[in-house]
Design a protein around this ligand. Structure first.
Ligand code: ATP
Length: 319
């Protein structure tokens, strides 16, 4: 490859800037040109393409969000639109692309690879819902942000002897909820992958806890289950314990990335460029069993993600 394009697609995640920076600097170190494609596949189609040099990414490693911005672009699922995307790449001299995003974004990347543009995916999502990798850019920062916020809610909840239903992000996945549940020592963790809808059992446990002198009751609820407000109302009605719902929301997506997110995102960005320089295409960078590796996109998308059973079982034992 001679000119490497880089884009961020799907939901933003803290650490994406570190990955973009690594792509730009590693490409330049290898004597390649770099172009930034703004707003994901939408920006590619609109030809929002900028030249990038070493200074384009100065002072960005500590910033949340993505300097290239991101977007969802549903029309990129259509074959003619994908062909137009590949044509625009060629027009701008882009013969390699690094796509930072989730599974959906990798599907777009796979299509571009089939159309002759060398393409590498880098996993960027706070949700950790990508099966081929144990790490995704942004999860560490998001889970730390949520953990700190939950600590704060817990302080006031204890003072008032309340029950709290705290909803964390994760879309259909329960990783943020599971990690916060353990890290915050919550009484209940509700994960979409495991939810049995037995709210009566939760109510029973709250009443028992109160009898034993528990001063608070923290329920971490995953976005994929939702209805936190209704659940709080139901609990209050059934138990007489004042119950509040807190939906943490978009604060979990922002903020300065943690050290881990900066270092891993930098490594993955550089690794993606190395793959392109070796003439590879249609690969996804991953972190598996303590190592940075890469998989064929098809193979990566076919993998199934599951909640780690041991983590889940101790989350129940440690309450
Ligand atoms: P996140 O999980 O953070 O939201 P994601 O990459 O999974 O990230 P999606 O909204 O699923 O987010 O996908 C992002 C973009 O990738 C879509 O808006 C679309 O442009 C492109 N995309 C998704 N699926 C396909 C597909 N089947 N073929 C081509 N492009 C796709």
């Amino acid at each position: 490859v001679q000119t490497i394009g880089v884009l961020t697609s799907g939901g933003d995640a803290p650490g994406m800037n570190a990955a973009i920076r690594a792509v730009v600097r590693q490409a330049l170190a290898k004597g390649k040109k770099v172009k930034g494609i703004k707003k994901g596949y939408a920006g590619l189609l609109a030809e929002e393409i900028i030249d990038m040099d070493a200074t384009s990414v100065s002072d960005t490693i500590s910033r949340g969000g993505t300097i290239l911005q991101t977007a969802r672009c549903l029309e990129f699922k259509e074959a003619e639109v994908q062909a137009k995307g590949a044509e625009i790449c060629r027009k701008h001299g882009i013969d390699g692309i690094v796509v930072i995003g989730g599974d959906g974004s990798f599907q777009g990347a796979q299509k571009l690879a089939r159309l002759g543009i060398n393409t590498i995916g880098v996993p960027g999502t706070i949700d950790l819902d990508i099966a081929c990798t144990d790490y995704t850019i942004g999860f560490d920062t998001a889970v730390n942000t949520a953990m700190e916020a939950i600590d704060k809610v817990r302080d006031t909840s204890t003072s008032h002897e309340r029950c709290s239903v705290i909803e964390v992000m994760g879309r259909g996945a329960g990783y943020i909820a599971l990690w916060c549940g353990i890290a915050n020592g919550s009484e209940e963790i509700l994960l979409p992958e495991k939810y049995d809808h037995d709210e009566e059992a939760i109510i029973k446990r709250i009443i028992e806890g109160r009898k034993k002198g528990k001063e608070h009751y923290i329920i971490i609820n995953a976005e994929g289950i939702g209805h936190s407000q209704e659940l709080a109302e139901k609990i209050e009605k059934a138990t007489g314990v004042e119950t509040r719902a807190t939906i943490l929301g978009h604060m979990q997506r922002g903020g300065s990335p943690t050290c881990k997110d900066r270092v891993y995102a930098s490594t993955m960005g550089a690794y993606a460029v190395d793959l392109l320089c070796e003439g590879k295409s249609n690969r996804v960078v991953a972190y598996k069993n303590g190592e940075f590796v890469d998989y064929d996109i098809e193979e990566a998308l076919a993998m199934q993600k599951t909640i780690p059973e041991y983590l889940y079982s101790i989350s129940k034992d440690l309450v």
